[in-house]
Design a protein around this ligand. Structure first.
Ligand code: CDP
Length: 796
């Protein structure tokens, strides 16, 4: 009898296999959009608006046309003649491709030049003369709803004001009853500021229309190639089978590369008109000021509490600033994404959320920046509110959370907002975190330090996050149901190729999808290649965002491998000359139940699929699986941070950060740890240093990396990670839950709560992110809350 294969040795589940993609990345051999050079390729640059709100009186491009090397100048007027001046957004709004009537945010696309090289194109952009009539700008929801506010979207019929939607979810009457019974009502108001995903690689595309074949090939930085193909078919009115979207290596996406941007559309039209490939590569400033922002919501809420610490109900109101166009990438039926996933880890009888979305003179916002559609804001508000409530009750932070958690034996649990959570060990995770941070000891030290004038603080953030949209019953984008698929081909020699409709942007799918197949079939992971990002070869998928890859595409990989195993079993029975029922499976091998030493390997079955199949069997060993998840996956995490705040300067330093993540079964523990560290780094950056705002004229303040800081290894604190709690997802084929964004979602509240804890007793209830030293200093010195919201316009 042969020895069963060692799953870890073949790179299956649980193996910390080195990322195969890194072999080309660290050698500088990645193939990014800007690396691609096509014969006869031209270059496109975009002229952007310097003003946030202005009527366009005229555009004179004659001098640009005269510059040698210029092939085409596109303006909104020209786009309009082809019905391309406006395009649909992913949230059923419209967005200007090139401005025709007005500009509505600083950095908006006004014209494009296509030339022999990018320098000529840039110079020619500067030669275009645009006459603007400035209009008052709106930079926050408060001004957007003022009675005399200028209507930003006067291009739309039936849009008399700047309100995009009013939306609500939950039980208003039940929540009112809960508040009527409360002993204590705790309140909190905050602004989750705009932030920008700022991937290292900016957005870009190379459109290549071939008149002879009528085929359009577009290389582009997209996280969702199939959705883009559908969008291009709609916008450019081209048949879908004649469009091929190729998403080569991506230098970080974080949600920024989900939407359709005007640059993509213009490069496509330019290529169709010129019949030559046209490359557009955005610069850093263009990326920071004009592509999808995230967050920018005002949250106002209250919690009904019983004196003993039980939460009776929660009320939340959200004012969301969507910018000039409502282009959020999110499931259609949820106007404010999954904001109502807030408080899902807590057993709360009643909750009600109202949300109002408004336009402003800012770039379109609402991308799911490392976030499952507004979950980041939800969890931030939740954990800031929980801290405030515990403080108001005079209760210990950890005890208050533990008392209100959903208990291990309460699953499946219906949250007050209607989600069904299915698994978790919340109290156990918290205990692991408290032990790791040395909770009791720190509290003692904090009290002693306080007596000597030193300000120490400890912040806890716990959260469960809905990852992996669909199911298709509830989740769709523009009517396209949210499921995913995987294709697996096992070659004659037992080597294999997997393709999915997801698109890795650094998460390591090329490594982990092979591990899933290794686990299911016993084929060594090194014998499997993974390919994503080409709509002509990959099966249909909704793409990678909202940490949905493992919950959906990863599940499809497991399911297609099982289909292959089912066929291989028939082949094995044929080779072993027994009936299928007599064949048993162990990793990588079928054997005869009554004679275990008689067996065939999966590789031998692969040969037989091409060379020795039974009569009547279709040859080959390949299949496709479409996977529609029954539910979201619900990972859980506890992040605990300790800090010291300098009372003189407001500077705060992180002393220790502990993370306890339960993402179910870990496919690749090393990659999971990398995801958590990356998320915590972004959480630290958002809470401490990233500042991008707007003045009253709508000028973007923080439009470069001197102002909008990306943390380097130097600033980033160390993180202590814990993996001992594993609650498999009950419905995922391999028990995995998503992990990619958990730490970025749950982390910010831990840092902010720690600083607020250090300030306890001063009467300061909130400082908005980023907690820059001057804000902390102002709060400490003047004993008042500090808001980071963009200024309200004053005509004085
Ligand atoms: O959708 P996205 O890839 O951003 O997020 P994810 O599905 O959470 O996966 C991020 C990376 O972590 C992928 O390489 C996953 O395969 C890996 N992962 C894992 O090894 N184990 C898990 N339980 C979850 C994710």
């Amino acid at each position: 009898m042969t020895q069963a294969l060692d799953e870890i040795k073949i790179g299956g589940l649980g193996a910390s296999r080195k990322r195969v993609e890194d072999s080309r990345f660290i050698r500088g051999r990645g193939n990014y959009t800007d690396d691609i050079v096509l014969p006869g390729m031209l270059h496109m640059e975009i002229l952007r608006s310097p003003l946030a709100h202005a009527r366009i009186k005229s555009i004179d491009a004659s001098r640009a046309w005269d510059i040698p090397g210029v092939h085409l100048v596109l303006t909104g007027e020209m786009m309009a003649t082809r019905n391309l001046a406006w395009m649909p957004t992913l949230s059923y709004d419209t967005q200007a491709v090139l401005a025709t009537d007005k500009v509505r945010f600083q950095g908006q696309e006004v014209a494009c030049v296509i030339a022999d090289d990018p320098y000529i194109a840039k110079d020619a952009c500067e030669a275009i003369v645009v006459e603007y009539e400035p209009l008052p700008a709106i930079v926050n929801p408060q001004d957007a709803v003022a009675p005399d506010a200028p209507v930003i979207r006067d291009d739309k019929e039936n849009q008399p004001d700047n309100i995009i939607y009013n939306w609500e979810v939950g039980d208003a009457a039940g929540t009112d009853r809960a508040f009527a019974q409360a002993d204590v009502i705790s309140k909190l108001q905050l602004h989750y500021p705009r932030s920008h995903p700022s991937p290292i690689e900016c957005c870009g595309s190379i459109a290549d229309f071939n008149r002879a074949t009528s085929k359009l090939t577009v290389y582009m930085t997209t996280q969702a190639p199939h959705i883009i193909r559908a969008a291009v078919a709609m916008v450019a009115e081209l048949p879908e089978h004649m469009i091929r979207i190729i998403s080569p290596d991506i230098g970080g996406g974080f949600g920024n590369k989900v939407p359709v941007y005007p640059g993509y559309v213009c490069s496509i039209l330019a290529s169709i008109l010129l019949e030559r490939p046209v490359k557009w590569i955005e610069d850093k400033t263009g990326n920071l000021i004009s592509t999808g922002f995230a967050r920018d919501i005002y949250l106002n809420g209250e919690m009904a509490l019983r004196r003993d610490g039980r939460i009776l109900g929660v009320r939340m109101h959200c004012d969301a600033d969507h910018g000039a166009f409502f282009s959020d990438a999110q499931p259609s039926k949820f106007k404010i994404g999954l904001l109502h996933s807030a408080f899902a880890a807590y057993d709360i009888p009643a909750a009600h959320l109202t949300a109002r979305g408004t336009y402003s003179n800012k770039a379109p916002g609402g991308v799911a920046y490392r976030c499952s559609f507004r979950v980041t804001e939800a969890m931030f508000f939740q954990e800031r509110m929980v801290q405030a409530a515990a403080d108001d009750l005079g209760m210990d932070q950890a005890a208050f959370r533990r008392m209100n958690f959903v208990r291990d034996d309460d699953f499946p649990h219906r949250t007050a907002f209607g989600f069904l959570t299915d698994s978790g060990q919340y109290a156990k995770c918290l205990d692991v975190g408290l032990r790791a941070i040395g909770y009791e000891e720190f509290r003692r030290e904090q009290t002693e330090a306080r007596a000597r004038g030193r300000l120490l603080g400890l912040g806890i953030s716990t959260m469960t996050e809905p990852l992996g949209a669909g199911n298709s019953r509830e989740y769709d984008i523009l009517g396209i149901k949210m499921f995913d698929s995987a294709e697996l081909k096992v070659h004659m020699t037992g080597k294999a190729i997997v393709r999915t409709g997801a698109r890795t942007q650094g998460q390591g799918h090329e490594t982990t999808w092979a591990q899933i197949v290794a686990h299911e079939l016993g084929i060594p992971a090194d014998d499997i290649v993974v390919e994503e990002g080409d709509t002509d070869t990959a099966p249909f998928g909704m793409g990678t965002y909202a940490s949905r890859s493992t919950p959906v595409a990863g599940a499809a990989v497991a399911m297609v491998a099982r289909k292959i195993r089912a066929k291989a079993r028939k082949l094995a029975a044929h080779l072993l000359e027994v009936s299928e029922e007599d064949v048993e499976w162990e990793l990588g091998r079928f054997y005869v139940r009554s004679a275990p030493s008689r067996g065939v390997t999966i590789q031998e079955c692969a040969v037989a699929a091409y060379a020795n199949m039974p009569d009547g069997m279709e040859p080959g060993l390949e299949n496709t699986a479409y996977y529609d998840p029954p539910n979201l996956t619900w990972p859980f995490a506890v992040y605990i941070v300790t800090v010291e705040v300098d009372p003189v300067t407001g500077v705060w330093d992180v002393l220790k950060t502990v993370a306890v993540d339960d993402c179910g079964v870990r496919i690749n523990p090393m990659i999971v740890e990398g995801q958590i560290m990356g998320g915590l780094t972004e959480a630290y950056a958002m809470s401490s240093m990233q500042f991008i705002t707007f003045d009253t004229e709508g000028n973007c303040v923080g439009s470069n990396y001197m102002d909008y800081l990306l943390p380097t290894a130097w600033e980033t604190p160390g993180f202590e990670l814990h993996s001992e709690v594993v609650t498999p997802c009950p419905h995922h084929p391999i028990g995995a839950k998503g992990i990619g964004e958990c730490a970025a979602v749950g982390g910010p509240a831990a840092f902010v709560n720690a600083v607020m804890d250090a300030l306890s007793g001063t009467g300061v209830r909130n400082i908005d992110m980023p907690l820059l030293p001057d804000r902390v200093w102002e709060a400490l010195t003047h004993r008042r809350d500090v808001s980071g919201a963009p200024p309200v316009r004053s005509d004085d």
